[in-house]
Design a protein around this ligand. Sequence first.
Ligand code: DGT
Ligand code: CA
Ligand code: CA
Ligand code: ZN
Length: 580
Amino acid sequence: MDNHKIAQILTETADLMEIDGADGFRIRSYRNACQALETMTEQAADIAATEGRKLIDVPSIGKSIAAHIEEILRTGELSVHKELLKKLSPVALEMLKIQGLGPKGIATVLSHFKVPSLGELETLARQGKLRDLPRMGEKLEQKIIRSLESLQLTAGRRLIDVADHLAVELADYLKQVPDVKSVTAAGSLRRGCETVGDIDLLVSGGDAKDVATHFLKHPQIADVIAHGENKVSVHLKEGIQVDVRMLEESCHGAALQYFTGSKLHNVALRDRAKRMGYKLNEYGLFRIHDEQLVAAATEEEIYSTLGLAYIEPELRENTGELDAAEVAEGRPAQLPHLLRIDDMRGDLHMHSTASDGKFSITEMAEAARDRGLEYVAITDHSKSLAMANGLNEKRLLEQINQIRSLAKQVEGIRILCGTEVDILADGSLDLEDDALAELDVVVGSIHSHMNQPAEQMTERILKAIENPNLCIIGHPTGRLQLRRDPFPFDMEAVLKHAKRHGVAMEINSFPDRLDLRDTHVRMCKEIGVKLVISTDSHHTRHLGHMKYGVLTARRGWLEKSDVLNTLPAEKFLAALRKSG
Ligand code: DGT
Ligand code: CA
Ligand code: CA
Ligand code: ZN
């Protein structure tokens, strides 16, 4: 078991202890240990297995946590964790996802009612039974109902990076079967969706029986949902469903097209086929009048037989892609030439140890360089974000000097001076203009007072855009996927204002955020606002999230020219809004 999985169990235990009203000092020791596990370069399992070495020698890991880690390594679970779940409620952890409730609120609810499921909680809320509990009230009760509704919409869905990593691991595993030619992820994962309901894997080549037998031996499988001749569906221990389909190589393209979806895209494509005298299904494209197969091996030939240019998976949502792909006489297709990950040259949002990052400026820059980037901006938090150790003007100016002298030592990448400055409740920025004017890149973000009414929030962002030092709005809607809804504001008004003032909007690539999201990105393009794609890295490992931001950009129909950090450094700086 890797450090991340151990940390997950310990974090959940700390959450449960918080609901249980445990001592704050003890809870903090769990959280500190998790942070140590997430950042250390060695695996806890290796340390535990090495003679003469002990887990308690790792900083932040004390005697009782070390014993917990050993138990997790030995048994795969933690008895304290299980006991707390039993004592509190099997859905205690899920209740933490309900906005506005929090550990104290959950404790209050659980001390008055039995809550075996979220459905039971919803019933209590709808019957008005929560409002009279201490520190609750009708407003919070309504908020709980709304939050439960949006949780239902996303229930069982996983963030794209989680599904992506699992799919890669399973594909490698399936490729061990003799004669398997390819294993491809289809469905929402291939379309680059921000969350994934289940993982669809298509296996080409190899004997279907062998593939199924091998797959069913995978250690991560929790239970088998269906096992047919050409398809196996399972739940992984992680909770997510995986559908594996074994294909005939001859109709690989047709199956890939069908199982990539989206359903709406497929319905529209089938309608088009029908109008042209064809039938389309997962086995191929057939002429209706004589049932003759006309295309099946590749997606390209299916689209082209239907008079269409190849449509990239990220565009297959039935939002105009079929019209744009039309190749009529004398008119080429109108599809965008989608941005590619290799087009990215810079990353304009990352944190160092000066605020809440885990690595130094040099380490971040070198890691970005090793990933092929040409420039990065260090954008630590500003002073009002005290819990993230945000920088005041003095520390920021010191950091600028530090970066300028580092620039001579770190070869092969340009380090730009930046900040992620808080946009305060009234729309002013958290740092003096004089200090901001010294920087190459000013990202402005909202981290506080997110409950403002939409009108006030809109005014706040419009005012921030008017500050001539601001270059980029960071994670503009503030959402945390599966956890926190975006704060409401007038997106169109903000985008028009940003365009007028030359401010760029960020696509924050952090999988929990993906903010702006695909539909907003497309609005930017239509309005003509420029975008940047950044990782918001707090760890060198997060730099790899860039690909999810790029997928979101592609789903928003972006081309290279729509994204400022595809430009070389000098041109990027010239294109970025300049103060004065
Ligand atoms: P998800 O799993 O909720 O994130 O979304 P998808 O798009 O991966 O949906 P999924 O896994 O149910 O099906 C994968 C693709 O297979 C879907 O995008 C289109 C195709 N497909 C599956 N079942 C049907 C169906 O009953 N009708 C149609 N038209 N297409 C289907
Ligand atoms: Ca799926
Ligand atoms: Ca599926
Ligand atoms: Zn931020």
